[in-house]
Design a protein around this ligand. Structure first.
Ligand code: GRF
Length: 216
């Protein structure tokens, strides 16, 4: 079967991009990254793509007159690359409704919280402030509403009593690097369907052991 052609949109460090690159480098993985696009010329993730031999493009949002013009240019590059799927991986730009509509069901994001809790920025600070003892990350389809859209997969991590934003972020990031490739694998294998805002993974297994924190 043909591999899913994936474009990854980044703005910075690119550790999730790296996890996707590593997965796509495994034999038999059902997806390949055909383009890495950054809105920031200095994004460290661009070097990760170059090292992996993946084509990169930079679209500096600052040189565009409007969000619409920027998104149109992006759309053009994605179509030229014949992308089947777009993965947002630390892409720090709000997308226009037109772009989201054009890529509906073919646009996914990773967010560092257990959605629908803690949308937006500074999710680890939000989690610490709320006093939750379990936090995590979510891969979801992108819809017009920010950090909403059908959920593909989530991972939970415990919050430790002495955590600060950095230690909690590091623990969540490890989980991100596990679930983003997993979601991509399922999409590549054609195992994902969506109905009434709920995602079904065919042949998926629900985890049966709850994560309880603090433990007794
Ligand atoms: C990740 O925490 C991701 O969930 C969020 O932005 C961060 C990007 O990190 N959307 P990286 O660039 O993938 O290392």
């Amino acid at each position: 079967m043909a591999r899913l052609r994936v474009a990854v949109l980044i703005s910075g460090r690119g550790s999730n991009l790296q996890a996707l690159l590593d997965a796509c480098g495994e034999g038999g993985f059902p997806a390949e990254i055909v383009l890495v696009l950054s809105n920031r010329p200095d994004a460290a993730g661009l070097d990760r793509a170059r090292r992996a031999g993946v084509p990169t493009r930079i679209l500096d949002h600052k040189v565009f007159a409007s969000r619409e013009a920027f998104d149109e240019a992006m759309d053009g590059l994605l179509r030229t690359a014949s992308a089947d799927l777009v993965c947002l991986a630390g892409f720090m730009r709000l997308l226009t409704p037109g772009f989201v509509q054009a890529w509906q069901d073919r646009l996914i994001n990773i967010h560092p919280s257990l959605l629908p809790s803690f949308k937006g920025l500074h999710t680890h600070r939000q989690a610490l402030d709320a006093g939750v003892t379990i936090h995590g990350c979510t891969v979801h389809f992108v819809t017009a509403d920010l950090d909403a859209g059908p959920i593909l997969v989530q991972a939970a991590v415990p919050v430790h009593p002495d955590d600060d934003e950095d230690s909690l972020a590091a623990r969540v990031l490890e989980a991100e690097h596990r679930i983003y490739p997993l979601a991509l694998r399922w999409l590549g294998e054609g195992r994902i369907s969506t109905e009434n805002n709920r995602v079904r993974v065919s042949n998926g297994t629900a985890a049966i052991y709850p994560l309880i924190n603090p433990a007794a």
